[in-house]
Design a protein around this ligand. Structure first.
Ligand SMILES: *Cc1c(COP(=O)(O)O)cnc(C)c1O
Length: 446
């Protein structure tokens, strides 16, 4: 049974972001069950989920309260369309999100993946200006983003992306965008310098292109897939000021950093920033089912109001938009955030792990440790003095060694990424960090 499922997987499934030749030549990990912060494979091996099943899981796997809410909804209805009709969970969830969202975000547009949520935000921003003044803003089709940005995998979202290894091959298909340097302290002499260079470049772009720019899109506080790049405190607030000064829309892509990951429900709250559009995905349903949203302010929404089905209408929608099962999961997730004080737990965990992070930082092979809430990046170096980037294979071997010790983390190039289940017990998070410390100190990966 076990062997056959591995073979079936390797024979029929095409895995994402995976070189399949390599994948089919090695024994695959096939997860069969989950229990709290643990994943259990078909052979019965237990692994601590140190990547929250790709940054999504909040309460742990197979949580009975989450399960019961979803099952109860199935007993009513699984799906009906939002085209020309509403439904109960999508109405209640929209209200719950608006009540908790920062600033004047007042409307919720549903989709099912973070990429779609970003795609929708880009289209909304572009059409917003067109609706405002079709003549004046005929050419307002430029988007600005950060170098190394990751906003998803559709053609629109990779157009504003900047991860070369993900996007390079599709370059000829992408629309024109402008990228400014990321405020990545490790790449500069200091945080101040990183921030100054990035903000000066951004202002220069705003000055140069002004009314040709639809929006600036950013992953607030931390660029996730870029290798967990932590922005200096105050950077986001300064970005918001520039956007307001030049009247350029601000899109916050909180697909990774939203929903508690950084210690607040929304990452922009940390700097009192109020974006025009905000994207959520990943942890929105507690990591149970796929759902994403794009939130908009009245200013954006009102520009789409017209008479009849005209060209002011936002002509976009997916088949499963507002699906009842996924909205129910998100509603339950929000309820449990309060009931279980998830944010309090996350903040306490962040505080507790500081000594362990400092200990990692002291290792020779570690060039940089950067954490934003429970997103931790450990960048390996083969020469600390010159910050020489370690071979990616080192990080891959560390990930493998961790797996042998019953812990799953991942790497992005030379950066080890630790993104635990949000409600993971403090001791389990500590175990990930001490095990990592041991593996790095033993240096068997070279
Ligand atoms: C994961 C991610 C996305 C894309 O979400 P999908 O659900 O994978 O399409 C977009 N933006 C950010 C910041 C992400 O981390």
């Amino acid at each position: 049974m076990t062997r056959s499922i591995e073979t079936i997987d390797q024979t029929y499934v095409w895995h994402p972001f995976t070189q399949m030749k390599q994948y089919t030549e090695t024994k695959p990990l096939i997860i069969e069950r989950g229990e709290g912060a643990y994943l259990i494979d078909v052979d019965g091996n237990r692994y601590l989920d140190g990547y929250a099943s790709l940054w999504v899981n909040v309460h742990g796997h197979n949580d009975s309260a989450m399960n019961e809410a979803i099952i109860a909804q199935l007993g009513r209805i699984a799906h009906s369309t939002l085209l020309g009709a509403g439904n109960v969970p999508s109405s209640l969830l929209a209200k719950a999100l608006v009540e908790r969202a920062p600033g004047p975000l007042s409307k919720v547009f549903y989709s099912d993946t973070g990429s779609a949520a970003v795609e929708i935000a880009l289209k909304m921003a572009y059409q917003y200006w067109k609706n405002e003044d079709p003549k004046r803003y005929e050419q307002r089709n430029l988007f600005v983003s950060l170098e190394g940005a990751y906003h998803g995998d559709t053609i629109g979202s990779i157009s504003v992306g900047g991860v070369e290894t993900f996007h390079g091959v599709f370059e000829p298909l992408l629309f024109e965008t402008i990228q400014v340097p990321s405020p990545h302290p490790y790449a500069y002499e200091s945080e101040d310098e990183a921030m100054r260079v990035s903000l000066e470049a951004l202002e220069h772009v705003f000055q140069t292109y002004g009314e040709r720019i639809s929006a600036f899109i950013i992953e607030p506080l931390m660029q996730a897939a870029a290798g967990l790049i932590r922005h200096p405190d105050g950077y986001l607030k300064a970005v918001e000021s520039l956007c307001r000064m030049y009247d350029i829309l601000l899109i916050a892509d909180e697909v990774a950093v939203g929903f508690g990951r950084t210690g607040t429900l929304f990452a922009v709250e940390r700097e009192g920033v109020e974006p025009d559009l905000l994207c959520l995905g990943k942890g929105l349903t507690g990591g149970y089912v796929p759902l994403a949203v794009t939130m908009a302010t009245d200013r954006i929404y009102d520009a789409f109001l017209g008479t009849g089905y005209d060209d002011r209408t936002f002509l976009h929608g997916h088949t499963y938009t507002g699906n009842q099962v996924t909205c129910t999961a998100a509603l339950k997730n929000i309820e449990l955030f309060d009931e279980r004080n998830v944010l309090g737990h996350v903040r306490k965990t962040i505080e507790r792990i500081q000594p362990s992070l400092r200990r990692l930082e002291a290792l020779d092979v570690v060039g940089d440790v950067r954490a934003q809430g429970l997103m931790i990046g450990v960048e390996l170096t083969s020469d600390r003095a010159t910050k020489r980037v370690a071979p990616t294979v080192w990080a891959e071997r560390v990930v493998e060694a961790m797996k042998e010790r019953g812990i799953i983390i991942r790497n992005i190039g030379p950066v080890l990424t630790i993104v635990p289940v949000l409600m993971m017990a403090h001791d389990d998070v500590e175990r990930i960090l001490t095990t990592l410390y041991d593996v790095l100190r033993e240096r068997t990966f070279e």
